[in-house]
Ligand binder design. Structure first.
Ligand code: C2E
Ligand code: CA
Ligand code: CA
Length: 682
């Protein structure tokens, strides 16, 4: 808990402060009270000490008086009488002082009776002793003036006093020590009693002191508990809250927020622990990677909430299939991972992968819509596929990629061949990237001929790659890779530039090749400024737009309004568009009704069987008639033999492209070769 938490004046703090103040007040009052009690005890003890001291003084005066009286009675007159008078005065004064102190000391009744008893109380006894001493002194003086009569009265007086104090002694001269013995007894009794009392008071004070000390300590402890309990409670709550926040943060740091599965960072940690453990225990383990198919389409068409619903459902299904030892995670996007740390057999991984696939493919319902997720799954085994985390991950990734390439909802197990292929692809990627800038691409041209005259009506630009090691490569060897690394658009631009420049070069050289056909990828058609790019190219080389035919692959999505808009833009600008490879793809026939589609190229697959199949011949005849009626220009591709050419000609086709006339050739060879051989088809 931080200091700021303690010092923030919260409700708790205020209540603690309140309790603290109350506790201080109670403690203050208690301290003052105990101080007063102790103080009064001390005062009483001091007072009784004074009484004892004065009683002791009185005792010594009694003693001295008694001695003086003894001596008087024994005949020692002059000095003793002097002393007796002196002591009697002292006695009187001492008694007065004692009485005063005694009264102030609030004596107990028992003590008071020792002092005040009318018969043998100390006061009376001392008083009598004083009287006796005074009488003895007076007796002597009388003896000196009229010895016989006075001594008798004094004796009588003394006797009467003696009689009073001793219950009637009757002797003329008292025995040694008999003068004042009752006073001495009383003073001794008083001192004894006072001492006893002082002792008792001391014990009482000690007891009170202890009781006060202990009770203050107890009160202090209680107060401390009262004050600090809420503080401790608060600290406890704070600590608990901090613990909660910490564990929540730890959870968030380790889990994917949407699906609650482990996130990438945590998966990396778990995976490295699992691999280490598998190494140490010499065990097999499996790694499954799972990527949803068509997830982007769900996001794009139904929105991100639908996408999230699919991801959450998939995560739940993954979780429900996994046992406690297997761990699922989300790597990001629509990619999931499953770690199988302890496998007996490789087939277990396959079984789990199959369970995952079938469970994931169950429909997900979102806002009344049914979404059927699909996944491509790849798995790899430790240690065969990879002996460390990185190798194992890349193996599973290759397997997953392989599954993805083979179509939706597939499972693929890693094989070394995948690694070799991926290595090759990586190499090609690097090579391709440098091919265009370093001039390794060259445009070849394959001429297109009119059937009856054999005349060249056009030429199709076809790309070739002068590979530094592998020689001249045809597009099949690299187009897909080029597309994968996003270079299709750059290639199209290059070929267009080359072809348009070449047409104008030929024309300037007096050779009219007719139209030039360029294959354009869909990527180019989706470019916003494709038309402007073309227009400026044509203008730069002085080539009329009608000399350019753009061949679009049959699979081009003519449903996409952007593509259609571009094509219509070309059409409006006078550039013609051809649908390529007609007859083998899946073009919707209604797209061909668009006037923007001016040319159709019939795929060579339809040519192959023309001489052996009458159905094929009938089909070709219909196609030829249909496009003629539609006003489309038709070119048949891949014509290799004269027989094919004649049959095609017979069913109504007029333009051909194929090895029968010419192969694709470098620009420099087109002239000589193409012009030399121009077979006419009757
Ligand atoms: P495509 O557009 O159908 O081109 C015709 C293909 O048929 C060419 O293959 C050509 O060599 C081949 N061919 C022509 N006559 C015959 C024949 O009588 N018999 C046989 N068996 N084949 C014949 P190529 O040059 O290998 O091109 C293959 C494909 O690559 C092309 O098919 C086209 O789709 C694509 N392609 C070629 N160049 C480019 C380009 O510059 N850009 C784009 N986007 N694609 C291109
Ligand atoms: Ca073509
Ligand atoms: Ca074609």
């Amino acid at each position: 808990m931080s200091i700021s938490h303690l010092f923030r004046v919260s409700a708790t703090t205020r209540s603690v402060l309140g309790r603290y103040v109350v506790a201080l007040l109670i403690l203050g009052v208690l301290t003052a009270l105990s101080f007063m009690v102790v103080q009064s005890l001390i005062a009483r003890m001091e007072a009784s000490e004074d009484v004892v001291a004065q009683a002791s003084e009185l005792r010594s005066s009694v003693h001295k008086t008694m001695l003086a009286l003894d001596r008087i009675s024994m005949g020692d007159q002059a000095e003793a009488r002097k002393e007796a008078r002196f002591e009697a005065e002292g006695l009187q004064a001492g008694l007065a002082k004692l009485l005063d102190t005694f009264n102030r000391s609030e004596p107990q009744t028992e003590v008071r009776s020792i002092m005040d008893d009318p018969h043998d109380g100390l006061a009376r006894q001392v008083h009598m002793l004083v009287e006796r001493a005074k009488a003895a002194v007076a007796e002597h003086q009388e003896t000196q003036h009229a010895p016989s009569s006075h001594s008798g009265s004094a004796a009588t007086h003394t006797e009467s006093m003696n009689h009073q104090s001793h219950g009637g002694g009757g002797a003329r001269h008292l025995a040694h020590g008999a003068h004042g013995a009752p006073a001495m007894k009383a003073v001794d009794a008083l001192i004894k009693k006072l001492r006893e009392n002082a002792h008792a008071e001391q014990e009482h004070a000690a007891f009170v002191h202890n009781v006060l000390g202990v009770s203050m300590l107890v009160i202090l402890l209680i107060e401390a508990a009262i004050i600090f309990r809420p503080l401790l409670k608060r600290a406890e709550t704070e600590t608990r809250r901090a613990d909660l926040v910490t564990s929540e943060l730890e959870y968030l740091a380790a889990h994917d927020a949407l699906t609650g599965l482990l996130n990438r960072g945590q998966i990396d940690r778990v995976l490295s622990v699992a691999v280490k453990d598998a190494v140490n225990t010499n065990r097999q383990m499996g790694l499954i990677l799972l990527d949803l198919d068509g997830f982007k389409a769900v996001n794009d068409t139904l929105g991100h909430a639908a996408g999230d619903a699919v991801l959450t459902a998939v995560a739940k299904r993954i979780q429900s299939i996994l046992s406690s030892t297997n761990i699922g995670g989300r790597l990001g996007g629509d990619e999931f991972i499953v770690i199988l740390p302890n496998l007996q057999k490789e087939s277990e991984a396959e079984t789990i992968a199959m369970q995952l696939l079938s469970s994931i493919s169950e429909p997900v319902y979102f806002e009344g819509r049914e979404i059927i997720p699909d996944a491509s799954i790849g798995y790899a085994m430790f240690p065969i596929a990879g002996s460390n985390v990185a190798a194992l991950l890349s193996a599973a990734d290759l397997a997953m990629y392989n599954a993805k390439r083979s179509g939706r909802g597939r499972i693929s197990k890693f094989s070394e061949q995948m690694r070799a292929e991926s290595e090759r692809a990586r190499l090609i990627d690097n090579e391709i990237k440098s091919a265009l800038p370093s001039g390794q691409f060259e445009v070849y041209y394959q001429t297109i001929h009119e059937a009856d005259s054999g005349r060249i009506s056009a030429a199709e630009a076809l790309i070739r790659w002068h590979h530094p090691r592998r020689g001249i490569l045809t597009p099949d060897a690299f187009l897909e890779d080029l597309r994968r690394i996003g270079q299709m658009d750059a290639l199209t631009t290059f070929v267009l530039g080359e072809a348009i420049r070449q047409v104008s070069t030929w024309r300037r050289a007096g050779f009219n090749i007719g139209n030039v056909h360029v294959n354009v990828a869909e990527e180019f058609l989706l470019k916003a400024d494709a038309l402007n790019e073309l227009k400026s190219l044509l203008a730069a080389h002085g080539v009329h737009p009608s000399s350019l035919v753009l061949e679009i692959p049959e699979e081009t999505s003519l449903n996409n309004p952007a593509v259609v808009a571009t094509i219509e833009g070309f059409h409006a600008a006078g550039i013609r568009v051809a649908v390529d490879d007609f007859g083998v793809g899946s073009v919707s026939m209604h797209h061909l009704c668009k006037p923007a589609i001016a040319v159709v190229k019939i795929d060579r697959a339809l040519v192959r069987d023309i001489h052996s199949s009458s159905e094929c011949r009938a089909l070709m005849a219909s196609i030829a008639g249909m496009f003629r009626d539609m006003g489309k220009s038709v070119i048949v591709e891949g014509v290799e033999t004269r027989q094919e050419a004649e049959l095609l000609r017979a069913v109504g086709f007029e333009q051909f492209q194929g090895f029968l006339w010419a192969r694709p050739l470098p620009a420099a060879e087109v002239l000589s070769t193409a012009l030399a051989i121009q077979p006419k088809v009757a």
